[in-house]
Design a binder for this molecule. Structure first.
Ligand code: PHE
Length: 341
């Protein structure tokens, strides 16, 4: 019996040594230390022994069980440590390793130009104001000296809403809105979306953005010369110090006299290139002394005030600034285009 017990012990120790996983250790525990273990089986024969032998075998089997249990515990700890080491290896964090860069969004090119414009005008003391995109006929047309049936309305292809309102065709409507509540002197710009009922092509979209500017003061305090210098400062800020501007006589119902103005081409500096279609100048917007009818429409008396207004397309400015040749790119949502800014 002693031999049997020693055999069991040696076998157990050997098998436990070879175990690699917790499940293997568990199986061995059942096999060598549980209630139905080989050792228990052997001890069944104890009843046939003398009390002398019983004592001896009893002690031996107790010690054997203890040895087996401590071997099992040792093994378990070993496996645990090894697993921890492996985790260490697998999940180790190297804090000196360069991190993965997360992609950052950025401003849309039109927003950038819009912010540039705002900054330049703010630096000249202008207030930035906003107003509604859906306008009534009065503020979009009548207050701008474009009464019903006036041919000037045909200059702006209009989307009409069922209720008689319009998605504003220009930001000039903000002039009327602002003057209803504020008396000159003031200098404002207003930027925002405008809508025209026309087909889109490389230079036209039915939805685009404009900047409107209005300087108004007591009669005699605002001149075309003031306005020209402000527009000139603006163009220099946006396109560079060497930019020149010129005014050409033109007609807009809400100004008298009216102008269109051009900037010297920032690419060829006036020499003539692809961007300016070889003429050295780029047409940018309209401007003029506020027509007295506009002041009267918004409650002021004739000749009480004088003002100068101007308007540009923001897309057009952005196209020139960045050398973009198709206005449709701005709203196409193509990342290959947007990521260039
Ligand atoms: N509102 C005009 C347009 O959309 C531009 C403009 C604004 C012209 C102010 C003169 C003065 O075409």
């Amino acid at each position: 019996m002693k031999n049997k017990i020693n055999d069991i012990k040696n076998k157990a120790i050997e098998e436990i040594k070879k175990a690699k996983t917790f499940t293997e250790v568990e199986t061995l525990r059942v096999k060598y230390s549980g209630r139905k273990s080989e050792l228990t089986n052997v001890l069944r024969g104890l009843k046939d022994l003398s009390s002398e032998e019983k004592k001896e075998i009893g002690e031996l089997s107790n010690m054997t069980k203890q040895t087996i249990d401590s071997e099992l515990a040792k093994k378990e700890l070993e496996i645990k440590n090894e697993e921890l080491n492996n985790i260490d290896e697998k999940e180790r964090i190297d804090i000196t390793y360069p991190g993965e860069k997360s992609e950052k969004g950025h401003l849309h090119p039109l927003t950038k130009v819009r912010y540039d414009i705002e900054e330049i005008f703010k630096s000249m003391g202008f207030l930035v104001v906003e107003d509604r995109e859906v306008e009534d006929e009065f503020h979009n047309f009548d207050a701008m000296n474009m009464p019903k049936n006036h041919p000037a309305r045909d200059m702006q292809d209009t989307f009409w809403l069922k209720n008689g309102c319009v998605p504003r065709t220009h930001t000039s409507s903000v002039q009327a809105r602002f003057m209803e509540k504020n008396k000159p002197p003031f200098k404002i710009i207003s930027l925002g979306r405008v809508y025209r009922n026309e087909n889109s092509d490389a230079t036209h979209e039915s939805n685009f953005h404009q900047v409107e500017g209005l300087i108004a003061a007591k009669s005699g305090d605002v001149t075309v010369a003031n306005a020209k210098s402000i527009i000139s400062e603006f163009m220099k800020g946006l396109f560079g110090e060497e930019t020149k501007i010129r005014l050409r006589p033109s007609y807009f119902p809400f100004v008298e006299p009216g102008f269109e103005f051009d900037a010297s081409c920032p690419y060829c500096k006036g020499e003539g290139c692809r961007i300016c279609k070889k003429c050295g100048w780029i047409e940018l917007g309209g401007a003029g002394m506020v027509n007295q009818n506009v002041f009267e429409k918004v409650r002021f008396t004739e000749d009480e005030f004088e003002g100068f207004a101007f308007g540009f397309g923001i897309e057009r400015l952005a196209m020139i600034k960045y050398g973009i040749d198709d206005i449709r790119l701005f709203h196409a949502g193509d990342l290959r285009f947007l990521e260039q800014f």
